[in-house]
Design a protein around this ligand. Structure first.
Ligand code: SOE
Length: 384
């Protein structure tokens, strides 16, 4: 039986654990930022082991797969060690801090062709995003002309909202783009099959000073209503709260993306709209069970997620009958169905639906082009 070790006990580590349980994969234990946190988390979520170190997790012969949900700055080292220990790896996004790291990780993964390596771009597995991809591939929307969309949140709205992600040394030079913008970019390129060739970006740090609370960092999304009053140590912030990016895709197709982590009331809203020569499609993550289909010469339609109405991969990666909503936690479950099918088969499949390390590397190449464009104020070609 395949057993798993999960690194990280914050917001997303337990989401991985829950999703793995739902597909019958046994999670052996977790690793937090201290042995005490590991033990606590293991107890809270009912796992056998709270490891006291990463080395201890890797030397557990029962652990065949490692899920990394640690801060971005640890990914490189943890991935390399896991591969060396012969473990399959599922790494949270972004894969690394920069393309130097992600190139190294792509090369390292190639050294272990029998190991499955994936980046956790879970949004690909919303059934209606898979359906949109299927419709684009079947030519149902015609030629794609342009894409617009956004990913906006509010959990970093106040200068007193603090988390490791706001620090360039922990999360990378780009924050809003790296953290949520790459989700959007991965999703849209996955659906349309179009690679981004050039970008023109404008980044804005709304809060160049944030207040670090007494306890140091704060878990993602744990901001309390009163967090405004918790001001303590002022910290200089260089990562962006907001970004707007113009995109030129392969074949001259156009796009525009807005990203913000300071939009009050938008808890976690991702949306995209794809305009084609025959139809348009639109979707947003707050209403994930509805796909809008725009018509020129007929009434617009809304496709409500229902396995019997979906096609291809979309029909395969959905579990509940129509009217029984599938949401955020389900995307992790569906993603792991795809990843663990490969792990059980004993090797990665050729063009998997899940994001590979190559895909993870592409996102960092995009991040670097976006940063360069914002600094230079001009269009930049993406160097993949
Ligand atoms: C924080 O911005 C975050 O947790 C991201 O890191 C996730 O990828 C996204 O799903 C929700 O927001």
């Amino acid at each position: 039986m395949i057993k798993v070790g999960v690194v990280g006990t914050g917001f997303i580590g337990p989401v991985h654990v829950e999703a793995l349980r739902r597909i019958g994969v046994k999670v052996k234990g977790v690793l937090g930022s201290s042995p005490e946190k590991s033990r606590q988390a293991a107890q809270n979520i009912g796992l056998e082991r709270g490891y006291s170190s990463y080395a201890e997790m890797l030397s557990d012969p029962e652990v065949a797969v490692v899920h990394l949900t640690s801060p971005n700055r640890f990914h490189r080292e943890q991935v390399l060690q896991a591969l060396e220990a012969g473990k399959h790896v599922v790494c949270e996004k972004p894969l690394g801090m920069n393309t130097q790291e992600t190139k190294e990780l792509v090369a390292a993964a190639q050294q272990y062709p029998e190991l499955v390596t994936a980046v956790n771009y879970n949004l690909r597995f919303y059934p209606l995003c898979l359906q949109a991809r299927e419709m684009v591939r079947r030519g149902e929307i015609g030629e794609v002309f342009h894409v617009k969309g956004s990913y906006v949140q509010d959990w970093l709205l106040y200068p007193t909202d603090f988390n490791w992600r706001v620090l360039a040394e922990d999360g990378g030079e780009l924050r809003a783009i790296g953290d949520i913008g790459t989700h959007w970019l991965d999703l849209v390129t996955f659906i349309t099959g179009l690679e981004v060739e050039e970008v023109m970006a404008d980044l804005y740090t709304v809060h160049p000073i944030r207040q670090r609370p007494p306890a140091g960092s704060v878990e993602t999304f744990s901001g309390k209503k009163g967090s405004r009053e918790a001001a303590t140590e002022p910290v200089k912030i260089t990562t962006e709260d907001y970004a707007s990016v113009l995109l030129r895709f392969a074949g001259g197709k156009r796009g525009v993306l807005t990203v913000s982590q300071v939009t009050a009331g938008r808890k976690n809203r991702i949306e995209w709209e794809i305009a084609g020569s025959e139809r348009a499609l639109a979707w947003n993550g707050e209403r994930p069970n509805e796909l809008w289909i725009g018509e020129r010469n007929a009434a617009n339609r809304t496709l409500i997620r229902d396995p019997s109405l979906l096609e291809g991969e979309a029909a395969h990666y959905t579990s509940y009958p129509g009217g029984h909503n599938e949401g955020f936690p389900d995307t992790f479950k569906q993603l792991y169905r795809a990843v663990y099918a490969d792990i059980k088969a004993g090797k990665p499949s050729k063009n998997p639906l899940y994001a590979t390390f190559e895909d993870g590397h592409k996102e960092l190449a995009l991040c670097e082009a976006i940063l360069e464009s914002s600094k230079k104020g001009k269009w930049i070609k993406v160097r993949y």
